[in-house]
Design a binder for this molecule. Structure first.
Ligand code: UT7
Length: 325
């Protein structure tokens, strides 16, 4: 069986920066509160002319360049996102057209902030079974479009951006193991209530601000700090490894306190954790691939090192992955 590995990586961040001090002028908050409760200092915001597919396409082109592949080498494009350009066609189809990946099948994947890890699981199995050769997996968001800038509980957290990986048959940068899970009974703690078939868009849903993210932050926090270590230890156990075998940890970038708690439970040192949330905030599906691609680009990972990935979010969903560089 051919093993699947990472052939290329890319990312795209919009140029506009929204700082904590900017937010102080918009809602009742403070730079001090945001830094100490979340670790976030600033986030990027897409221009009015930029949609999710635009950020995704730039990240995709960088990943193809790093992989040394042409767009026509790609068999499948997956875009993991909670902010597609529109309900349909899929953002992945828009990316396919933008980059000229004419041979590729394309679809979007919806698993909230865990979507990128779900996509990794799918890409790995489709490559290893020979169903496809090259997958372009993108995590991309314009969360600013569904963020309520009158709600201080959520608006300080989110940012825009995209990260991409090209995955294909490889002898290095291997996807060793991936596990994903869900608990649908917890769906109400993190949602965008309106705009789907349950509550279609009406003047009333817009007036009630139901097209924005609604979150019970404390419940998500509790879920993350218990489920992520549990899922990670399960993955490592299945791979015959322990946290001592991990060189780097690339977690979903939601909250520095969550990341610190998970790392501590796993016995990982602060220096082993790849963190960029101070610059970008929580980019949902973009968080893990942006952090991973930035680290790969700067030569952080060394041959043979094992890298642990962990995502969690709405659904509730979670996913963990193990890469060997
Ligand atoms: O990718 C999706 C996953 N999402 C997450 O991982 C989010 C997980 N949750 C969190 O990161 C944290 O729960 C938050 C950062 C959202 C909130 O932090 P917290 O320590 O759980 O704060 P809290 O909700 O318990 O609120 C504490 C206080 C409250 O005031 P009172 O009731 O104690 O007077 C809030 O009203 O902080 C207040 N508060 C704020 N104050 C200043 C909430 N947001 C703000 C704010 N600025 N932006």
């Amino acid at each position: 069986m051919q093993q699947a590995g990472i052939l290329g990586w890319g990312y795209c961040l919009p140029s506009k920066v929204l700082t904590n001090h900017d937010l102080e002028k918009m809602v009742e908050t403070s730079d001090e509160w945001i830094r100490t409760r979340t670790g976030i200092e600033e986030r990027r915001i897409a221009a009015a002319s930029e949609a999710t597919s635009d950020l995704a396409s730039v990240a995709a082109e960088m990943a193809l360049t790093r992989a040394g592949l042409a767009p026509t080498d790609i068999d499948l494009i997956i875009v993991a996102t909670v902010t597609p350009d529109m309900a349909f066609p899929a953002t992945a189809c828009l990316v396919q057209a933008n980059i000229g990946a004419t041979r590729a099948a394309a679809f979007d994947l919806s698993a909230a902030c865990s979507g990128f890890i779900y996509g990794l699981a799918l890409a790995k199995s489709m490559i290893e079974t020979g169903a496809i050769r090259h997958c372009l997996l993108i995590g991309a968001e314009t969360l600013s479009r569904i963020t309520d800038y009158e709600d201080r509980n959520t608006c300080v957290l989110f940012g825009d951006g995209a990260g991409a990986l090209v995955i294909g048959p490889s002898e290095k940068h291997l996807l060793l193991a991936i596990e994903v899970g869900a608990d649908g009974t917890g769906g109400q703690v993190l949602q965008q209530p309106a705009g789907g078939s349950r509550h279609p868009a009406t003047a009333e849903t817009v007036a009630a601000r139901q097209h924005f993210i609604r979150m019970d932050g404390q419940e998500v926090f509790k879920f993350a700090v218990s489920k992520v270590p549990e899922a990670t230890l399960s993955l490592l156990h299945r791979a015959g490894l322990t946290p001592a075998d991990i060189a780097w940890f690339v977690p979903h970038q939601a909250n520095k306190r969550i990341i610190d708690s998970v790392a501590k439970k796993l016995g990982l040192a602060a220096e082993q954790v790849v963190i960029n949330l101070q610059r970008y905030g929580n980019v949902s599906n973009g968080s893990i691939p942006i952090a991973f691609a930035e680290a790969a680009e700067s030569g952080t990972f060394l041959p043979g090192q094992r890298i642990l990935l962990a995502g969690f979010g709405g659904g509730l969903t979670w996913g963990t992955g193990l890469v060997q560089w």
